[in-house]
Design a protein around this ligand. Structure first.
Ligand SMILES: Nc1ncnc2c1ncn2[C@@H]1O[C@H](COP(=O)(O)OP(=O)(O)OP(=O)(O)O)[C@@H](O)[C@H]1O
Ligand SMILES: [Mg+2]
Length: 248
């Protein structure tokens, strides 16, 4: 199962990526979570507070694999990277990509060549569950990489703008041939907000994650998000089940 998580800024992409990665691990799966956010939001949601260097900043490694500027190798060797550069927490392997596609998806700099090849390798050749928390926007899933994602989860909150962003993401996804776009509703407070989302989203959402003070508090403190809240736990379990049913 290879999934990417998208959606408007701040809707809860990293939070959901972390919760689903944990759920996958507790279901006995081997999970690789990709943190492709320059602020390492996902790592922090998974409770990793070490100061780690993301792959994109490993100049020597990238120069060795993808060459220097001017003579970029487009298919660098990356097969050994997932087993060497990761942090493990609660059964989840986290790979820190760092700012992906800094020069745009079409950029042919060594960093992009390296990360693109690595993402392709993870999506196409590894048998772990892969959950990729990308920055807002899905441009990075174009040019080949989208082919390896089984589904793009688009997080929506009870807010018109996040629903509009979802529609834009869906159009983009269609353009790059990514068919499975699944909405997930997050930060839902009560029936009224749930009804609003059901009304404005034409597809049936994969699930509804309630608003949780506990998640907010953990985030304020920079602590890991937990599955302890009963409502959140149930909703994540149900989303995980639905994902398995739809993608496997
Ligand atoms: N279900 C929830 N209940 C309460 N707060 C939530 C919930 N999900 C996320 N949040 C809070 O919303 C904020 C944004 O969450 P998060 O960082 O996961 O979003 P994001 O989409 O990854 O943001 P960015 O676009 O900046 O990467 C955080 O403060 C987080 O704690
Ligand atoms: Mg994030």
């Amino acid at each position: 199962m290879k999934i990417a998580i998208g959606g408007k800024g701040g809707v809860g992409k990293s939070t959901l990526a972390a919760l689903l990665a944990r759920q996958g691990a507790s279901d006995g799966r081997r999970v690789i979570a990709i943190d492709a956010d320059p602020d390492m939001n996902l790592s922090s949601c998974l409770g990793i507070d070490e100061d780690l260097t993301p792959l994109v900043e490993m100049e020597d490694l990238i120069a060795q694999r993808a060459g220097g500027k001017g003579m970029v190798k487009l298919n660098p060797e990356v097969d050994d990277i997932p087993d060497r550069f990761y942090v493990e927490t609660d059964g989840v392997k986290v790979m820190l990509f760092g700012t992906v596609w800094s020069g745009g998806a079409g950029c042919t700099c060594p960093e992009n060549a390296f990360l693109r090849e690595l993402l392709n390798h993870l999506l196409l050749e590894r048998d772990e569950v892969v959950i990729a928390d990308m920055e807002a926007g899905i441009e990075h899933l174009g040019r080949g990489t989208g082919e390896g994602v089984d589904a793009l989860l688009v997080v929506v909150e009870p807010d018109r703008r996040s629903v509009e962003t979802k529609s834009r993401i869906q159009e983009l996804a269609e353009d790059i041939g990514l068919e499975e776009v699944l909405p997930v509703c997050n930060k839902v407070r009560g029936e009224e907000e749930r009804n609003f989302l059901v009304e404005v989203i034409p597809e049936e959402p994969l699930g509804f994650v309630p608003y949780s003070e506990r998640i907010r508090k953990a985030s304020r403190r920079g602590e890991m998000v937990s599955l302890e809240n009963e409502g959140v736990k149930q909703s994540i379990e149900s989303i995980w089940c639905n994902l398995k049913a739809q993608l496997e």
